[in-house]
Write a protein that binds this ligand. Structure first.
Ligand SMILES: NC(=O)c1ccc[n+]([C@@H]2O[C@H](COP(=O)([O-])OP(=O)(O)OC[C@H]3O[C@@H](n4cnc5c(N)ncnc54)[C@H](O)[C@@H]3O)[C@@H](O)[C@H]2O)c1
Length: 330
């Protein structure tokens, strides 16, 4: 990140909802590294205090609470110059309990935006998902391609986007939306039953077990290393040209789940083949890869980490004492 952006974060009061989660904790580390004063709001549904391990508690303030608590959200947003809204029930939790997803992902986002309307932070970053594209008609997917909501999670994430747009248009709330694509990397917790495929494959590989693929493995995704996702998120928060905009955050590289499984096997020097297990309800997206041209052009953001490098770095991190007890199976 360039020097101007660094100096822009120094001393800034920042609220990160969901800051004890996977992406949130990486964002918090980075923000603190850039000199920001950070408040984390998290209800620890999937987040963990351990994800903030190693960060000097003098540098951040941790609030245990829910984004569904409108009064608490108002209080915290009123003190923030920048708001990063990551708190959400993820796709698996959401599929199990769409009502809770509705309350958190839609209701929580509305609370953040209502508070932002009243207290005027300089930017609100909303973290959406490429799930909103469903099964795309064209690849790579552009931001203005068809929206197709195939899961309650996609509905709630897109509703949050809709509220962002409405609050931008109706009340001048300075929002920006990033649509993340399959983020993986350090601090992703394979013990968390809701976590992503990369962490699951690596957890099994650590134990000498082959990756277990849901379905035939020919489904594809665009895997984004978490540091790249964090960088894009910061640039979205700080760019003068990003207000009211939506950005895909991926790599533009399409990888099949089977190819990912083989890459993990290679990395761990395992000779076994992946195993194939039942397809799940949520596995209804066949192919996905996003066009990142807009983020490249407007944010001047380019992902730096290839999948193989990202996997290698994640494996190295899993082998450090810093990684919380990651080896036993959930
Ligand atoms: N990981 C990905 O690949 C990915 C892809 C697309 C979008 N996203 C979005 O990025 C954001 C962060 O995802 P993540 O992968 O870090 O997941 P995560 O589950 O690790 O993080 C979400 C955090 O929100 C917290 N949370 C949940 N409900 C809450 C509530 N009611 N009040 C306060 N905190 C609450 C959780 O405890 C957790 O710490 C989410 O908004 C998610 O929808 C992630």
């Amino acid at each position: 990140m360039n020097y101007a952006v660094k100096s822009e974060l120094s001393g800034r009061r920042v609220l990160v909802t969901g800051g004890a989660g996977f992406i949130g904790s990486n964002l918090v580390r980075r923000l603190i590294g850039e000199g920001a004063e950070v408040t984390v709001l998290d209800d620890f549904f999937t987040g963990r205090v351990e994800n903030l391990r190693g960060i000097d508690s003098a540098h951040y303030h941790l609030v245990r609470g829910s984004v569904t608590d409108a009064g608490l959200v108002r209080e915290l947003v009123s003190q923030a110059e920048l708001v990063f809204h990551l708190a959400a029930r993820n796709i698996i939790a959401s599929t199990r309990n769409p009502y809770e997803d509705f309350e958190t992902n839609i209701g929580g986002t509305l609370n953040v935006l209502l508070a932002a309307r009243d207290f005027h932070p300089q930017r609100v970053v909303y973290t959406s998902s490429v799930s909103v594209y469903g099964n795309p008609r064209y690849l790579p997917i552009n931001e203005d391609d068809r929206i197709s909501l195939l899961t309650p999670y996609a509905v709630s994430k897109f509703s949050g986007e809709g509220y962002c747009q409405a609050f931008y248009e109706s009340y001048d709330v300075p929002v920006v939306v990033v649509r993340y694509s399959n983020v993986y990397g350090l601090w992703q917790d394979p013990q968390n039953p809701y976590c992503g495929v990369v962490a699951k494959f690596m957890q099994r590989a650590q134990l000498g077990q082959p990756p277990a693929i849901h379905g035939d493995g020919q489904q594809t995704r665009d895997f984004t290393f978490v540091e790249d996702a964090v960088e894009a998120t910061l640039l979205a928060a700080l760019s003068p040209k990003s207000e009211g905009e939506v950005f895909n955050v991926g790599t533009g590289v399409e990888t099949s789940i089977e190819a990912l499984a083989r890459a993990v096997l290679d990395l761990y020097g395992l000779e076994s083949a992946p195993i194939y297990i039942d397809r799940r309800d949520i596995d209804n997206i066949r192919r996905r890869v996003v066009n990142i041209e807009k983020a490249r052009r407007v944010l001047r953001w380019v992902p730096q980490v290839t999948l193989l490098t990202g996997l290698r770095r994640t494996k190295q991190w899993l082998e450090t004492p810093e990684a919380p007890d990651r080896l036993s199976m959930a």
